[in-house]
Write a protein that binds this ligand. Structure first.
Ligand code: DGT
Ligand code: CA
Ligand code: ZN
Length: 573
């Protein structure tokens, strides 16, 4: 069992306990354990065998025994006992935003609702609005949630599909018959969520590659397998398709399968305007296929500079390529450090030392620590006393480093009235201040906009964190006027974060251009809660590239002295 599978079982137990109205601390313990397993350096089997399981934060003796049983036998009696006590459909209901275990319990006990279909019917009949603690507004939100659940159906996070795609690519690429193997589709364009995995390959023996694909250990079920095309369902439920073509056709097939559809359509019209024909098999002049060794050659044939896959959304990239104005997009190697990381001082799982070591291993010259502010009690927010202690700890560590330093930041809470959760004097002690909304998501758009604009106008604020509050496939952004917030950020010289956590990717890439136009500087922040979380910056870089960002647009792509100068100027303002 891998980490994800173990964590999923623990999370399910937490939900089952809550549904039964058990003590919340009991279910919280399972959630904490799930996060600890996910963040652990070792695989679950190694954790069990070496006994390291018991050393993980939040895993006591009893829990360790249950997890050991699960990892060794693939099942846990306790899990099955809890499952047997709850109607199976109730877990499904929890996927609707706004429906926690307490409400699901009420729906079941009062209306006998235990499936999504029954819930929809009960809402349509107006029965849900009448329940105590629900009301017409909640009923309407549940219907919206059901609708969204349907429209998301089958999509998964980029971060869930990409590692699987790369593993398949790697396995196919190792086969001696393989020539070129590429990941295509929305994954290659680094879209934040994807429907499926599209793979394209050229090979001297297509059948051999097909066999490697359909018999791969990640595959649960073969949906279709022809001579040059196969579809499978992976263990995770995601579908993966492989197409094998001749090597001369590969660039055309790769371009076609990368898309987007809109980009492809625009490229085809361009070919037609030049007396050519373009499709997934080639670029044709009459009957003759024009030879193109790679995608760059295809673009060149059409009078275009090569367009990076992330830009292929028909949002002006073809016009830019015609003018030779495709920007040099930011790359992960450009990042010199990052600003939004949590540690064991608040709700993180890795210590200051561990985070610093991981950042140095990534080649960073600084790492900004931004644990939670005092108001975030649920996340171990730092009291003023703890802030002073953490700063002393950072000073001690910094004295031991050469060519690297930890920066003293904080992720302050933006309170309901737009103020921050420390007094000005405390805020002035940090090298910089990130501030984010973590509560009161349901206020009306006008109040929410005023709240964030007020925070952005705070002279001590440096970076606005996860601007919209969205959780991909789970929670919509809160209602607010993004344009007004971006304008305020520009006016006050506040940096806007591209939160790189794969569940967030917030600021959305679709708004990066507007932010730049207004003169807003961006920063790519992992919002890491462990050393592994630091790796999420790669998804932030993907988003920034989709947003046409260059190195110059990203604060943490500047050398440390410039970053420090920026922070110092900001503090003096
Ligand atoms: P997804 O899977 O919904 O996350 O997004 P894509 O872009 O990966 O879409 P998918 O998997 O349906 O198709 C892969 C690519 O194949 C797509 O980006 C462009 C190309 N393609 C699919 N259908 C069409 C079409 O009707 N016309 C053209 N020109 N290209 C298409
Ligand atoms: Ca796709
Ligand atoms: Zn946050």
């Amino acid at each position: 069992m891998d980490k994800k599978q173990v964590a999923a079982v623990l999370e399910e137990i937490a939900a089952l306990l809550e549904l039964q109205g058990e003590n919340p601390f009991k279910s919280r313990a399972y959630l904490t354990a799930a996060r600890a397993i996910e963040a652990a350096e070792q695989e679950p089997a190694d954790l069990v065998e070496t006994g390291a399981l018991r050393d993980l934060k939040g895993i006591g003796e009893a829990l360790a025994e249950k997890i050991t049983e699960l990892v060794r036998t693939g099942r846990m009696r306790y899990h099955e006992e809890q499952k047997a006590k709850v109607p199976p459909g109730l877990l499904e209901l929890l996927r609707i935003p706004g429906l926690g275990p307490k409400r699901v319990k009420v729906l079941y006990e009062r209306l006998g609702v235990s499936t999504l279909a029954a819930l929809e019917a009960a809402c349509r009949e107006g029965k849900v609005a009448g329940l105590e603690g629900f009301g017409a507004k909640t009923q309407e939100n549940i219907l919206k949630g059901l609708e969204r659940l349907r429209s998301h159906a089958g999509r998964v996070l980029l971060a869930e599909a990409l590692p699987l795609a790369l593993e398949l690519r790697e396995a196919l690429g190792r086969h001696p018959a393989a020539q070129r193997v590429e990941v295509a589709g929305s994954l290659r364009r680094r879209l934040e969520t994807v429907k499926d995995i599209d793979l394209i390959a050229s090979a001297t023996d297509a059948a051999a590659l097909m066999r490697t694909f359909t018999t791969h250990p990640l595959v649960a079920e073969v949906l279709a397998a022809g001579r040059t095309k196969a579809s499978v369902r992976l263990q995770t439920g995601t579908q993966a398709d492989l197409r094998v073509v001749a090597d001369t056709e590969l660039p055309f097939a790769l371009h076609h399968l990368t898309g987007s559809v809109e980009h492809n359509v625009a490229m085809r019209s361009r070919a037609i305007a030049r007396g050519l024909k373009m499709n997934e098999y080639g670029l044709f002049e009459g009957e003759r296929r024009l030879a193109c060794k790679d995608e760059a050659a295809i673009f060149e044939r059409l009078g275009l500079a090569c367009i990076p896959p992330e830009l292929r959304e028909d949002l002006g990239e073809i016009e830019a390529a015609e003018r030779g104005a495709i920007p040099v997009l930011v790359e992960e190697e450009d990042l010199t450090g990052t600003f939004h990381c949590h540690t064991t001082w608040s709700d993180g799982l890795s210590s200051l030392e561990e985070m610093a070591a991981a950042a140095r291993a990534m080649g960073y010259t600084y790492l900004g620590i931004a644990d939670h502010g005092e108001a975030a009690k649920y996340a171990g927010g730092l009291t003023r006393q703890q802030v002073a202690e953490q700063h002393a700890a950072i000073d001690r560590l910094n004295a031991t480093f050469r060519g690297f330093r930890l920066l003293k930041g904080i992720e302050a809470d933006i309170l309901a009235d737009g103020s921050l959760d420390y007094d000005d004097e405390t805020l002035a002690r940090f090298d910089y201040v990130v501030a984010s909304v973590h509560s009161g998501f349901t206020m009306d758009a006008k109040s929410m906009t005023a709240r964030i604009v007020k925070a952005v106008s705070h002279p001590r604020l440096t970076v606005l964190g996860h601007v919209s509050g969205r959780l991909l496939l789970q929670r919509e952004p809160y209602a607010f006027d993004l344009e007004a917030v971006l304008q305020a950020a520009a006016r006050h010289g506040v940096v806007v974060e591209i939160n790189a956590n794969p569940h967030r990717l917030d600021l959305d890439w679709r708004h990066h251009r507007r932010a730049r136009e207004l003169g807003v500087l961006l920063a790519i922040n992992p919002d890491a809660h462990s050393t592994e979380g630091l790796r999420h910056v790669s998804y932030g870089v993907g988003a920034a590239r989709k947003g046409w960002c260059t190195k110059a647009d990203i604060l943490n792509a500047r050398p440390l002295p410039e970053v420090l100068a920026f922070l110092a100027r900001r503090k003096a303002a």
